[in-house]
Write a protein that binds this ligand. Structure first.
Ligand SMILES: [Zn+2]
Length: 271
């Protein structure tokens, strides 16, 4: 737990210094922050906050019952008003604000215990289809407020810097961290605070050098990346000291202290 908090603290600090290190999915560029209980809470609060009414405009002369009773609630309507009675509470809604102009309610139909469908007679004859809209009728002001807050959190959780526990820097081998952060400093200078369109798509080791892939950037940035990748080829991947040897098979640069003598190496020659 303490380690986790430490990691979050360090990652957050890094992201504040270098915003482009904030972890994103390299394919869809989205933050992978999905909090199931928060989604469920939003849904639960929604049900507490609103009655949902589906209003559909119909041209047919199909008749609906003017009122319908169920064990759960009672509904009655007048051409522009809906009276909703549930558990001894009476809710009255002025439907004018929910209806299209020149529409009037023809009747209601019960869809299930919590939904009502209202059939409307529509004066507009050019309306061939059956437009169908869900309307939220307020049920509880307190829950509505809570629901709004949770909905906002859900929508923005991935947009704001939200407690990352890792960053792009974690994909960089330890020995190359200095090179990596030097590169980040250089990129930060080149970007002039314009982080919006800049993305790191991947950081990794490949064929013995650092690879730093980005979505797009100025030629200066690509030059900085090229230099850093070159430098990594002669820097010990474990400790960051100058590398004298390259392991064979899985190619990586090592200094004498970090060599594993069960492996085969070849010497790096400086021309
Ligand atoms: Zn070393």
């Amino acid at each position: 737990m303490i380690n986790k908090i430490k990691k979050i603290y360090q990652a957050s600090k890094l992201c504040l210094k270098y915003p482009f290190l904030y972890p994103r999915n390299r394919f869809d560029d989205k933050h992978h922050v999905y909090i199931e209980w928060l989604q469920n809470l939003q849904l639960w609060l929604y049900k507490k906050s609103y009655f949902t009414i589906n209003i559909s405009a119909r041209l047919s002369d199909e008749e609906y019952a003017p009122w319908i009773k169920t064990p759960n609630f009672e509904v009655s309507i007048s051409p522009k008003k809906l009276i909703f009675v549930r558990k001894n509470h009476t809710y009255s809604y002025d439907l004018v604000r929910y209806l299209y102009k020149d529409c009037y309610i023809k009747g209601i139909k019960l869809c299930n215990s919590t939904r009502i469908e209202i059939g409307m007679g529509c004066h507009n004859d050019t309306n061939y289809g059956f437009p169908y809209s869900a309307y939220e009728l307020p049920k509880n002001k307190f829950y509505i407020l809570l629901h709004k807050a949770v909905k906002w959190a859900n929508q923005n959780i991935g947009k704001v810097l939200f407690l990352p526990s890792y960053t792009e820097a974690d994909a960089c081998p330890e020995g190359w961290k200095n090179i990596f952060f030097e590169l980040c400093d250089g990129i930060k200078k080149e970007l002039h605070g314009n982080y919006k369109s800049f993305r790191i798509t991947q950081v990794k080791e490949k064929y013995g050098t650092l690879r730093f892939y980005i979505n797009a950037g100025s030629s200066e940035i690509y030059q900085l990346i090229h230099k850093a990748e070159e430098k990594s080829a002669t820097t010990c991947i474990c400790c960051g000291k100058p590398a004298k040897y390259i392991s064979l098979g899985w190619i990586s640069p090592y200094c004498k202290d970090c060599m594993d003598f069960t492996w085969k190496y070849k010497e790096i020659k400086n021309d």
